[in-house]
Design a protein around this ligand. Structure first.
Ligand code: FCB
Length: 517
């Protein structure tokens, strides 16, 4: 199913009630929904952030680095997937991507000129251990050492994600994440990194969006390795939970300065109706999609994501695993892009028909699977970005305040948020990229974030996705999330108007209107 079909399908599935009603029609919970245009201009201009708030940008190794086979790097599952005909739109690959492997000094200089204080990047595991086990590849370590030094030199905090989806192919050949041995291999890798870079990096997140890569890769097969068995997802997710705990300990053991948190993908879930069944379904969504890897860390147990018993056997859960998973994360990081409307699907036949939507996948009918038995759709009440995601600024307020409440007021980092728009440089405007829709997106979203902070949430950083337009996974180069435009023919970077605006936000902690002066 392509995007267009999915959008129209989810529109149908969401029901006409969702469309004209702006959330108030009969049967829909009257949550305090606020459209971007319902946020008063004064709320935006008066929004304030803490004095030492960290404004930052994010990327991921496979999406920006290129140099896919240089300096001893091994093959990753994304190399294999993108090199397989028919997997990525337009036959695109990350072979060159934004060539950040070579161009990082210029990218860091650009971030410095944009007043950035934090750069969230990821390390490519197969650069460090080409087959995922054994001796470290010194050239790989040296590369990241230089990157980190250059960041520190520019006054930018290096925020390191250990795994943003580029598993060494050799480990997939050993069974991939459903094989619990990977938890130990991952901890070894984490220890190597912390030993080599832990004198300079203090902020570590083991996994980017663990639900997404386990579910999309093993549960439904739209991401590598392209396997589609729900039990494989359950096993993969359990290994990742173990790996998170073991990596936490390995990092701490190697670096006394280390703080370890997370980079989870989250979407606030609203029940479709106020029925008890839909409310319970929305809670299962929250448990499965938002806190499945957080509850295990903080409380050492799986959250109530399932109808009925937790399927320990299918997961491969062994006695003592709760103690391995449980680690006191120093801070909690998560992304916000869009929201979900969730309904109970316990009466539906399974499996539901899934819709693939960038890094998002949802059921548009039936239930997602026999265990969680809900149906989740991305509504289309708010405007859609060019990448097809609904804009719902209020969602970040709900998410941040909920996580604050449920996890005893943790330090929070927003690890990603952004929007895909296809604006290009405009010659008549001196080559500027007038991406005003992106500026509007961030202004209203950040006003909602400021409100969550003034209501007491302890948010210390925000990372816009992304520093650069880049390889957008199975969508190849058809989406542009960057605050900087990349011309892939010659790698020329042009800071978009949103990037110039964001630089002012970073300098002033205020969400002023954009002016090119
Ligand atoms: C997030 C991913 C990131 C990028 C953005 C658009 O889900 O973490 O790599 O693809 O979506």
């Amino acid at each position: 199913m392509n995007r267009r079909q999915f959008v129209s399908k989810s529109l149908v599935a969401a029901g006409t009630a969702l469309l004209p009603s702006r959330g108030s029609a009969a049967g829909i919970i009257p949550t305090p929904n606020r459209f971007a245009d319902e946020i008063a201009p004064s709320e935006i201009t008066e929004a304030r952030f803490p004095k030492d708030f960290l404004w930052g940008l994010a990327t991921a190794s496979y999406q920006v680095e290129g140099a896919w086979n240089e300096d001893g790097k091994g093959e990753s599952i994304w190399d294999r997937f993108a090199h397989t005909v028919g997997k990525v739109k337009g036959g695109a690959t990350g072979d060159t991507a934004c060539d950040q492997y070579h161009l990082y000094p210029q990218d860091i200089a650009m971030m410095k000129s944009l007043n950035q204080k934090s750069y969230r990047f990821s390390i490519s595991w197969p650069r460090i251990q080409p087959t995922g086990v054994g001796e470290a590849n010194q050239k790989g370590l040296d590369h990241y050492g230089r990157l980190v030094d250059a960041l520190l030199e520019a006054g930018i905090r290096p925020f390191c994600t250990l795994y943003h989806w580029d598993l060494p192919q050799a480990l997939e050949d050993r069974g991939g994440w459903p094989n619990r041995d990977l938890a130990g291999y991952f901890a070894d890798y984490a220890g190597i990194l912390a030993k080599s870079l832990g004198d300079r990096i203090t902020v570590w997140a083991p996994f980017n969006m663990p639900w997404s890569f386990t579910y999309l890769g093993y549960g439904v097969g739209v991401f590598p390795p392209g396997r589609a068995k729900y039990d494989d997802f359950l096993k993969a997710a359990h290994t990742v939970n173990l790996a998170q705990g073991q990596a936490f300990r390995a990092i701490k053991a190697a670096s006394s300065k280390a703080t370890v948190g997370s980079a989870y993908g989250m979407a606030p879930a609203y029940p479709k109706t106020d029925s008890e069944a839909d409310r319970a379904a929305a809670d299962r969504y929250h448990a499965m999609n938002n806190v499945y890897f957080l509850e295990t860390a903080i409380n050492g147990r799986y959250p109530k994501a399932f109808v009925g018993e937790i399927p320990y056997k299918a997961m491969g859960f062994q006695p003592g695993d709760d103690r391995i998973m449980k680690v006191p994360l120093d801070w909690i990081g998560f992304h916000y892009y869009t929201r979900r409307i969730v309904s109970d699907a316990s009466g539906a036949s399974h499996p539901g028909s899934g819709g693939s939507f960038g890094t998002e996948i949802e059921d548009t009918s039936g239930g997602r699977d026999p265990y969680t038995q809900f149906s989740a759709v991305m509504p289309t009440e708010g405007p859609l970005t060019d990448a097809g995601l609904e804009i719902w600024p209020h969602g970040i307020y709900d998410l941040v305040t909920r996580i604050s409440r449920e996890y005893n007021h943790p330090i929070i980092e927003i690890t990603e948020s952004g929007c895909g728009y296809l604006d290009t440089p405009y010659e008549k405007n001196g080559g500027h990229v007038p991406d005003t829709r992106r500026i509007d997106f961030f202004r209203s979203e950040l006003a909602e974030l400021a409100r969550a902070i003034s209501d007491g949430a302890n948010v210390r950083a925000f990372h816009a996705w992304s520093l650069l337009d880049n390889f957008e996974w199975a969508d190849g180069y058809t989406e542009r999330y960057g605050l900087t435009y990349v011309d892939y023919r010659d790698q020329k970077r042009t800071v978009k108007d949103s990037g110039l605006w964001y630089a002012k936000v970073a300098a002033t902690n205020q969400l002023a209107r954009f002016s090119s002066k």
